[in-house]
Ligand binder design. Structure first.
Ligand SMILES: CC(=O)N[C@@H](CCC[C@H](N)C(=O)O)C(=O)O
Length: 382
């Protein structure tokens, strides 16, 4: 079983080798190396050919009634790290800014416990690529990697949370995370000389107007008692100060706690894009892609058990949380397999996706202890 100190060294190594969605080859190789040291005769490891940076590890139980799945994501973000940590990212422009290094380490800690204490039920660990983009969970499901002995009867997974105390477990009945839709908008106008706007059709002015109009969707079109978010995270236009840009592109994300909310926001976006074509004489292409980022809906019966355990287990700091507007493609897997997603507190002033995110490492061992305790208790239930 991996000690707390060994887990911290593993986390620091993973932190130095962050990789973007579907390119997690070095991470995959390192995970395999750690897992090989934990190998027992009741463990099977598989790299699915259909998704080559994913990893499945099955620990066979002594008297299995079910296969319990535990999922961790493994990808990182295109963020330039600014933590100044001695174990900072060695991959320029890429960082574990969402804490997936912590997620993987906790999963390895739980795996190492059951590799040396054979469980009663089967335990399936799924190291999933591409959570931040590219729909790794959906791809895994659609490409059929959860077949035969690799199919979980129920699934659990966590996300780190800087707003909660280190090691605290947060969860709620019902919806934990929003569904998200990625949006891309291309605006085609007419380029020209900066001095002769009358002969051009400025895509920058059309784009700026659209960005402002988009702000009215949440403020004016949705019920204030409900929730929605539209964030434009990236804008691109132009080449130099004295050339009017003929093309502009916006990239953003839509968030809603229900599918109805997401579809309503989609409709308003379509209408605003059509209006922009009329009012500015530009051509607008709107692309909406929800992929696997469905709302994360916790299964009522399993989540009740999970919360009961965490509320009463000695040494676990359980906090009931509100729904969050973060997205997670575990939402897709929870629509296919019953299960529970929960938070692990990592206590930091920086937010997720920030270049200075520095999760507290004390959360790792506390998370491992809470999760191994829960899984053991779950295996003793009918
Ligand atoms: C926990 C977290 O931060 N998840 C990501 C999920 C990305 C969703 C998708 N690529 C999108 O941008 O809509 C998040 O940004 O919430």
């Amino acid at each position: 079983m991996l000690s707390e100190n060994e887990l911290i060294q593993i986390r620091r190594h993973l932190h130095q080798i962050p990789e973007l969605a579907l390119k997690e080859y070095e991470t995959h190789a390192y995970l395999l190396q750690v897992i090989a040291q934990l190998q027992t005769d009741y463990m099977e490891v598989q790299t699915p050919a259909e998704l080559p940076t994913a990893l499945l590890v099955l620990i066979k139980g002594t008297a299995p009634q079910r296969t319990i799945g535990y999922r961790t994501d493994i990808d990182a973000l295109p963020v330039t790290e600014a933590t100044g940590l001695p174990f900072t990212s060695q991959h320029p422009g890429v960082m574990h800014a969402c804490g997936h290094d912590i997620h993987m380490t906790v999963a390895l800690g739980v795996l190492s416990y059951f590799a040396s204490h054979q469980p009663k039920d089967n335990l399936l660990f799924f190291f999933q690529p591409a959570e931040e983009s590219e729909n790794g969970g959906k791809l895994a499901y659609e490409r059929g990697i959860f077949n035969g002995q690799w199919r979980p009867d129920e699934f659990y997974g966590l996300h780190d949370n800087p707003d909660l105390p280190a090691g605290a477990i947060g969860c709620r009945m019902g919806t934990l995370f929003a569904g998200t839709t990625e949006l891309n908008i291309d605006i085609e106008g007419q380029g020209g000389h900066a001095a002769f706007p009358q002969d051009a059709n400025d895509a920058v002015v059309a784009m700026a107007t659209l960005v402002t109009q988009i702000q009215t969707i949440v403020s004016r079109n949705i019920d204030p008692i409900q929730s929605g978010v539209v964030t434009i995270g990236k804008v691109e236009a132009g080449t130099i100060r004295n050339v009017i840009a003929g093309h502009a592109r916006l990239e953003g994300t839509i968030r809603g706690l229900t599918q109805e909310m997401l579809l309503k926001i989609d409709d308003r976006l379509r209408a605003l894009c059509q209006g922009l074509e009329v009012s500015f004489g530009v051509k607008v292409e709107l692309e909406l892609n929800q992929g696997g980022y469905w709302p994360v809906e916790n299964n009522p019966a399993l989540t009740k058990r999970f919360i009961n355990y965490m509320q009463t287990a000695p040494g676990v700091n359980f906090i009931e949380t509100k729904p969050a507007m973060t997205g997670e493609d575990f939402g897709y897997l929870l629509a296919k397999f019953p299960g529970t997603m929960f938070w692990l507190g990592v206590e930091d002033d920086a937010q997720l996706h920030s270049a200075t995110l520095t999760p507290k490492e004390a959360s790792i061992q506390r998370g491992v202890t809470a999760i191994t305790g829960f899984l053991t208790a779950r295996m003793n239930e009918k």
